[in-house]
Design a protein around this ligand. Structure first.
Ligand code: SF4
Ligand code: SF4
Length: 94
């Protein structure tokens, strides 16, 4: 048996890492304790947040990211990856 791990080149990976079919019936927004808020003044519409969101719940509307809170689980990956620090995670209910 070959124990060597063979990593794929990024160009060989699928464009997204989630199944959109499953996501449509699994409203993960109820998991959320932190809510992402986008500062439109800081946002440069690079769409990195859209690319990285594991729930694929960031839509692009008029070239701007819009988060669908029915599916956003509050993981904060978008906030971590945003190059302009334009996404703040706020506690739910505050
Ligand atoms: S990653 Fe940040 S700057 Fe880029 S589109 Fe998303 S919110 Fe805007
Ligand atoms: S916090 Fe950001 S990355 Fe995580 S599910 Fe919500 S929109 Fe997607």
């Amino acid at each position: 048996m070959d124990d060597e791990i063979k990593y794929k080149n990024v160009k060989e990976l699928p464009p997204m890492t989630v199944s959109t079919g499953l996501m449509l019936v699994n409203k993960t927004g109820s998991w959320r304790s932190l809510r992402p808020i986008i500062d439109e003044d800081k946002c440069i519409s690079c769409m990195i947040c859209w690319k990285y969101c594991p729930e694929a719940c960031i839509d692009i509307v008029d070239d701007k990211p819009v988060i669908n809170l029915d599916y956003c689980k509050g993981c904060a990956i978008c906030a971590e990856e945003c190059p302009k620090e334009a996404i703040e995670m706020l506690e739910e209910g505050k």
